[in-house]
Design a protein around this ligand. Structure first.
Ligand code: GDP
Ligand code: K
Ligand code: MG
Length: 285
């Protein structure tokens, strides 16, 4: 008998807002499954990305950035859910932005370390560091400060050191059967994929006029003949003035958002899409 041993593990990507967590996940998976933007709170829920290469399966979770309570500097965001995910991880990727290590990073790092799960620190955006001489002393500094097992400088955006990172991650995967078929890249549903594409266009189109807390819900999704999909999506806003902004003068803005969203969904699902977008005040708040 010659059955090859398989390896599988859960890797959670954490760090402050805008350090490049979602960019990193998309790069690893080779496809955009998590929204990237320069705005905080872009990632609102946990996004799973699965990467299977031969005998190795990595199941990654991208998390929203931490939000700190301004008064007492404690981590705010859905603590219980977050620490549950952390606890059930095989490995944590702790991402930071270039050579910046703040007290906040220290607080989070020490909290995570208590769980006894291996943490690797990823120094992202090294393409932005013009003076490369500062990198090695910084790595030394972090090593002393955290006793981290691995510290890896990368650029998720420019695909620098991504193979190196993968080879290190592989070493931490325990012997386990694979959980997902080889061609699965996310556990998020089609509904979720569609609503995230729309939400991304909203974030892009509305610039700073709109906080990234807008919600998108798929109200109706029906497959009809000839590979066509009818979708009705609801954009939920908190204030009436946000509704006005999204709709725009003579409905021009929502029209543009709808056209591009439809194009992106078609590209993603390889189907002809009919898309209807509605803007509504969220009455559940
Ligand atoms: P997240 O909030 O941690 O998920 O961060 P995002 O992935 O949304 O990225 C935040 C911003 O940083 C975006 O504008 C990205 O394009 C940018 N970014 C991410 N990784 C890199 C990188 O390696 N180099 C550079 N220059 N920018 C990056
Ligand atoms: K972001
Ligand atoms: Mg993100």
């Amino acid at each position: 008998m010659n059955i090859k041993q398989k390896y599988c593990g859960w890797i959670t990507i954490i760090g402050k807002s805008n350090v490049g967590k979602s960019t990193l996940l998309n790069k690893i998976i080779g496809k955009k499954i998590s929204i990237v933007s320069r705005k905080k709170n872009t990632t609102q829920t946990h996004i799973t990305g699965i990467n299977t290469k031969k005998y190795y399966q990595c199941i990654y979770t991208d998390t929203p950035g931490f939000i700190f309570n301004k008064k007492n500097d404690k981590i705010e965001y859905k603590k219980n859910i977050f620490f549950n995910i952390v606890k059930n991880s095989t490995l944590i990727m702790f991402v930071i932005d270039q050579v910046s290590w703040t007290e906040k990073d220290n607080i989070i790092f020490n909290k995570i370390k208590k769980n006894g799960i291996p943490v690797i620190i990823i120094i992202n955006k090294i393409d932005k560091i013009s003076n490369k001489n500062i990198l090695l002393p910084f790595i030394d500094f972090i090593k002393k400060k955290t006793q981290a097992i691995e510290i890896i400088p990368i650029s998720a955006k420019k695909t620098k050191n991504m193979m190196l990172l993968y080879n290190i991650v592989k070493n931490y995967l325990p012997k386990n059967p694979h959980v997902y078929p080889e061609n699965h890249i996310t556990t998020n549903s089609q509904f979720f994929t569609i609503s995230e594409i729309i939400r991304e266009q909203l974030i892009l189109f509305l610039g700073d006029e709109l906080p990234s807390i807008v919600k998108v819900e798929i109200e109706y999704l029906k497959e009809i003949e000839n590979n066509q999909l009818h979708i009705r999506a609801l954009i939920l806003v908190i204030h009436s003035r946000q509704k006005k902004i999204i709709i725009g003068h003579n409905g021009e803005k929502i029209k543009k958002i709808s056209i591009i969203s439809r194009y992106k969904i078609e590209k993603e699902l390889h189907k002809k899409i009919h898309l209807l977008l509605w803007v509504k005040k969220d009455t559940s708040k």
